[in-house]
Design a protein around this ligand. Structure first.
Ligand code: PA5
Length: 435
């Protein structure tokens, strides 16, 4: 690893976990590594994501870029229909790597269509408001569902397909629908029958591990983001987080520390970020860890806070409330933009002492001060430092968390690649709907 890499900083944890404890867990981490890499652990049939950045074909990425280019030429609005792992990755990358107000920018500045999401709720209000906004604009949709049977995207797709067929006719609609789905299932069948442009979600890659496939890459490429660079970063991640064993592997160290904290009663992990563009990355991370670990009445509850905003709401609880949580701070060393604070001739707000310092400098002090305060208040803090938010670091970060999550799940003794609990509400809902 070099200094330009993502850094896992554990200096603030020493009051809570000793190095001897990390060392004592090393054999278990190694066993988890062996189990994963020898395809011997639970969920081994869903390990397609492991090393995927190295194995995924160039032609696949090129096809995504080619289709994205056509969408950029044709569409004024691009709607991504999907839920959970079928939208959170793309949304996180768009927010982190694009302009904060991408959809509000004039077309010349965007360079591509406006991008909206649907099928991630059951709200007719949201759908209707989205339609009102789309109006007569040229529309292309990407329906993403690995199973092809998930209710929320299936219903949204019904509405959008009907709308497209009414507007463009059956043939015109076909040219404006891209389906990203599994090798079999209802959506695959329909796509075949209608001749939609189609991308395949590999059968051995679960939804929450699919951001580096067409599921995440196509919407991101439509926004003009360099997906080759994302994959290069992820490949670098494979090198760092697959090849190194503990104690040198930062992903394994993160997995080990969060499990040690969990064993000490820290059952909630807050992912804390200091740029609002991380909001959906946090959502992606919550799904990754929540769905992977929360089973068999075990698991760390993954939650997110967006600082400094949430320091004015949840800050009190974190500092002073029930002591069952720890924080992992995701710190961006160099934000895309920074600004000098202006000097005022009349120092009415008393903040002239900050003049000519930058906003990011202040944000950095807020972060350091918060970690100090929370540590003193009995909240362990881990920190992940990202040098800057480029497509390359995005890809590396995704792989870091995917790898850490798999190892952490095995340390916890669960199958990190299934999600049996999700079925419970669905069974009830469908039973009630059929009554
Ligand atoms: O991680 C998962 O498997 C789930 O969260 C799915 O991504 C989500 O339920 C959507 O499933 P599908 O892509 O089959 O519509």
């Amino acid at each position: 690893m070099n200094s330009n890499d993502i850094v896992f900083d554990t200096h603030a944890i020493s009051d809570f976990v000793g190095e001897h404890e990390v060392k004592a867990l090393e054999a278990q981490v190694l066993a988890a590594h062996e189990k994963l890499h020898r395809y011997e652990g639970p969920g081994r049939e869903y390990l397609g994501w492991l090393g995927w950045p190295l194995h995924c074909g160039r032609e696949e990425v090129e096809q995504i870029i080619r289709v994205a280019r056509q969408v950029r030429e044709k569409a004024e609005v691009f709607v991504v229909i999907g839920i959970g792992g079928s939208y959170l990755g793309a949304r996180s990358a768009l927010d982190l790597l694009g302009h904060s107000l991408y959809n509000q920018l004039p077309k010349e500045k965007r360079g591509g269509p406006q991008i909206y999401f649907a099928g991630c709720n059951l709200s007719a209000t949201y759908l209707t408001h989205l339609w009102e906004l789309i109006g007569e604009k040229e529309l292309v949709i990407n329906v993403i569902s690995k199973s092809g049977t998930t209710l929320e995207p299936a219903l949204a797709f019904r509405f959008f397909r009907t709308m497209l067929e009414q507007r463009y006719g059956k043939i015109g609609a076909r040219e404006r629908i891209i389906a990203t789905t599994g090798e079999t299932g209802a959506l695959r069948q329909l796509a075949r029958q209608e001749g939609y442009e189609t991308f395949t979600v590999p059968g051995d890659i679960g939804g929450r591990y699919s951001v580096l496939t067409a599921v995440g890459l196509l919407p991101v490429a439509v926004a003009g983001i360099d997906i080759n660079a994302i994959m290069a970063g992820a490949r670098h991640g494979c090198k760092l987080y697959d090849e190194d064993r503990p104690p040198n592997n930062p992903a394994y160290r993160y997995a080990a520390l969060r499990q040690l904290l969990y064993r000490k009663g820290k059952i909630i992990e807050l992912l804390a970020t200091y740029e609002p563009s991380f909001l959906y990355f946090t959502e992606w991370w919550k799904q990754l860890f929540g769905e992977s670990e929360g089973k068999d009445q075990k698991g760390i509850y993954p939650a997110g806070v967006n600082f400094t905003t949430d320091l004015h709401s949840l800050g009190q609880f974190i500092q002073d409330g029930y002591r069952n949580l720890f924080v992992t701070t995701l710190w961006l060393d160099k934000p895309p933009v920074d600004r000098d604070i202006p000097l005022l001739t009349e120092d009415m707000d008393g903040l002239n002492f900050l003049a000519h310092k930058t906003m990011h400098y202040v944000n950095g002090k807020a972060c350091a001060g918060t970690i100090m305060a929370h540590s003193a208040g009995g909240v362990p803090n881990l920190k992940i430092i990202i040098p800057e938010m480029t497509p390359r670091y995005y890809g590396q970060l995704v792989y870091f968390f995917e790898k850490a999550c798999a190892i952490s799940g095995y340390l916890l003794g669960v199958n990190p690649f299934d999600q049996p609990g999700v079925e419970a509400y669905k069974n009830n809902m469908f039973a009630l709907l059929r009554e």
